[in-house]
Every structure is written in structure tokens, then in C-alpha cells.
Ligand binder design. Structure first.
Ligand code: SF4
Length: 386
């Protein structure tokens, strides 16, 4: 298939596909799905081998958020039944992190609900980062605290944070439909602040919110322009009690196409399957490892994932290996604040007639039976899933 050969060649050269090529990946038929996975898998293996990086979420502060992000179970006034608690103490967070690290994770993601941290919150999280780093040699720490004010990224970097996550979530054109209390530009600004402070920028998207293929391509191209190192791809968990509770738009096949498109557009970035993995990919999760080189181990912020042991077994059974702390995730040109710049130019890669048959219409099922509110780990007295 010309399209896939072209995309593999470009991916190996870190050359940006055209928008039409990215859209064509999303429009492939189920008959072509394994070819799409195989092609994107070549790009994944070229840059990341068969390694799978495990990340572990620690929800430092859950619920009680004043923002109105319509996909979020922690949003203002949401009646989702999630755990609600205020800041974990450094030793509580470190204990939660240690469970994930013992389970095989190499990065800990410290997340707090809210619009953004106060300077006092940054002090608090800095203490937590220092505690985790002291107690766990070689651990990578990513902070995810919302919109950053001037100087806060530098302070987190000074405390030992390696990365900062702030997702763009969707295209600029549709951002105002999902959130009213802050803007897409606010989010871009925070990603830029993190990058400028020397933090590895992590920013991704949420698929399944009713967006078009064009929206998905727009947000992934925007992440390419921001040159983020990591791209978490969330598949919407339609929580009862949120405005998007009825948005069951995804099939496992659609999720694979989205991940393949992200891999072709971000060939050398850490593509991470994030929330909604078990829910939407279901039994096709192992195929997705051929596209993404990173997943979350165990539970998510407010919902349960499959058992950490099942994650490890899936990786081994699919012929992949868990990345160790001795192995460096990113290709050499991206390390140490590398430019990660793109070879070739978009203009040089003219759009070709690469249209493939449109994806066959499928009616996704509402699998509410697979959504379980997290009741263990951080913020509880129950053992964590790791
Ligand atoms: S995504 Fe973050 S800012 Fe938005 S409602 Fe949820 S916790 Fe608040």
C-alpha cells in the first residue's frame, strides 16, 4: 500500500506526514488494520525497539476542582462518586510511588486536580519530589499540576522534576466546546513554560469526545509543533455524572488507527497509551503495544485499570520488554533537551492521492460495566494496584 510505505519511510526519517496522509490513516478500513499496525510498528521499533516504559500515577489531590472540563470526573460539581481528598503528604505520596516502582514503573506522575498550583502548592510538591527522589534512586518524576505561572516550572525543575505534563486534549477549534474556564492558548502557554524551563514536555490528547478526524490530526500536529517529548493518548472514559457520559464513540479498531496516526506524526516521541486503554482497546491491547512504547501501570487517577500483574503479563506475552532505569527512553537526538527537530519540510512532501476505503461503520457499545471508580491506593487505606 503506497500510503503505508510512504509513512514508514517518513517515520524512519522523522519527516512530517501531510495532513491528508494522517487523515487517510484514520480512514483506513478494518481489512487494512493489521497492515496499518505493522507499518506503524516498524516506526515504533526503529526508535524504541521492543521496550515498553511503565509510568505510575499518583493522584496527589483528587476531585474538588473549580474548572469545568467536561470530560473530567474531578470537574466542578461532578457527581461521579470518585475519591475526594486534599494534598497527600510527601511520605504518603512516596509510599504510593514506591508501590508503582516496585511493580516495574520507571516514571512516577504526580498529578493534582485544580486550575493550577499556588506557590505554596509548588513548595509542597517540591518537597514530595525531593522525598521520592531520595528514596528511589533513578526514578523519573513528572509533575502535572495544571496551568503554570511564571517561575513555577523553574522551581519544579530545581526540586528535581524531570518532566511536566499538560495535555492539549483536543484541537484549538473545538477546545471551547469542552472547557469554558480556561483556553487552549492557556494550555499551550504552560507546555511552552515547561519546555523553556528544561523540563521534558509531556502533552497529549483525549480521543472519543465527539471530535472529527480533522480535530485529531490538528491536535497531534500542534503537539508536533510544540516538540513535546511524550504524547499520552487518552481514550475518553465516559464517567456517569459528567457531560460526556453518553459519548461512547470508540471501537478497539478506531483506537488502533488513532495510535498509528499519532506514531506516524510523532515517530520519535514517547507515545503513551493513557486512560481508557482497557475500556476501549479491550482484547486488542497487545496490538497497541506495536504502536505505543509506553503505558500506565495499574490504576488511573480516579478509575481502576487492570491488575498491574496483568499489564506485565500482557507485555511479556506480546514479545515486548519492560524498560529498565538503565535504558534511556528517548532516541539520542532527543536527550538532554535536544532539539528533536524535524528533517525535511512539510512543503517538500506534497500530498499524494493516498485515499483508502473509508472505515466501515461500527456502532460502539457503551461498556459502562468496565468503568470502576478507584477505591484503592493513594488517598485510601487499601493496598494499591501495581
Ligand atoms: S482536567 Fe484538571 S483542570 Fe480540568 S476539571 Fe479535571 S482536574 Fe480540573
Amino acid at each position: 500500500m503506497d500510503l503505508l510505505n510512504t509513512l514508514v519511510d517518513k517515520g524512519l526519517r522523522r519527516e512530517l506526514p501531510t495532513r491528508d496522509e494522517a487523515l487517510a490513516v484514520l480512514a483506513t478500513s478494518d481489512d487494512d488494520l493489521l497492515d496499518v499496525v505493522a507499518a506503524a510498528g516498524k516506526v515504533r521499533r526503529h526508535w524504541f525497539g521492543r521496550r515498553v516504559k511503565l509510568n505510575y500515577l499518583v493522584n496527589l489531590k483528587s476531585g474538588l476542582c473549580p474548572e469545568d472540563c467536561s470530560y473530567c470526573s474531578q470537574r466542578l460539581g461532578a457527581d461521579t462518586g470518585i475519591l475526594k481528598y486534599t494534598w497527600l503528604k510527601p511520605d504518603e505520596a512516596s509510599k504510593a510511588a514506591a508501590a508503582g516502582l516496585a511493580g516495574g514503573a520507571k516514571r512516577v506522575c504526580l498529578v493534582a486536580s485544580g486550575r493550577g498550583p499556588t506557590d505554596r502548592d509548588v513548595d509542597r510538591v517540591s518537597d514530595t519530589i525531593k522525598t521520592i527522589k531520595e528514596e528511589n534512586e533513578g526514578v523519573e518524576v513528572c509533575a502535572c499540576l495544571g496551568l503554570l505561572s511564571d517561575g513555577q516550572a523553574e522551581r519544579l525543575r530545581g526540586a528535581g522534576a524531570d518532566a511536566y505534563n499538560h495535555n492539549l486534549n483536543t484541537s484549538e477549534a473545538t477546545y471551547g466546546d469542552i472547557t469554558k474556564t480556561h483556553t487552549y492558548a492557556d494550555r499551550v502557554d504552560t507546555v511552552r513554560k515547561a519546555h523553556a524551563a528544561g523540563l521534558s514536555a509531556c502533552s497529549g490528547l483525549i480521543a472519543g469526545m465527539g471530535e472529527t478526524d480533522e480535530d485529531l490530526v490538528d491536535v497531534v500536529f500542534a503537539l508536533r509543533d510544540l516538540d513535546t517529548d511524550s504524547v499520552p493518548v487518552n481514550f475518553l472514559i465516559p464517567f456517569e455524572g459528567t457531560p460526556l457520559a453518553k459519548e461512547w464513540n470508540l471501537t478497539p479498531q478506531r483506537c488502533l488507527r488513532i495510535l498509528a496516526m499519532v506514531r506516524f506524526v510523532r515517530p520519535d516521541a514517547e507515545v503513551r497509551i493513557a486512560g481508557g486503554r482497557e475500556l476501549h482497546l479491550r482484547t486488542l491491547q497487545p496490538l497497541a503495544l506495536h504502536l505505543a512504547n509506553s503505558i500506565f501501570l495499574g490504576d488511573y487517577l480516579t478509575s481502576e485499570g487492570q491488575a498491574g500483574k496483568a499489564d506485565l503479563e500482557m507485555i511479556a506475552d506480546a514479545g515486548f520488554e519492560v524498560e529498565t532505569t538503565e535504558q534511556v527512553t528517548l532516541p539520542e537526538h532527543r536527550r538532554g533537551g535536544g532539539c528533536g527537530s524535524v528533517c525535511g519540510s512539510d512543503e517538500a512532501c506534497g500530498s499524494e492521492d493516498t485515499a483508502l476505503p473509508a472505515a466501515e461503520a461500527q456502532v460502539p457499545e457503551a461498556r459502562t460495566d468496565l468503568v470502576a471508580v478507584r477505591r484503592r491506593g493513594a488517598g485510601t487505606d487499601v493496598a494499591p494496584n501495581a
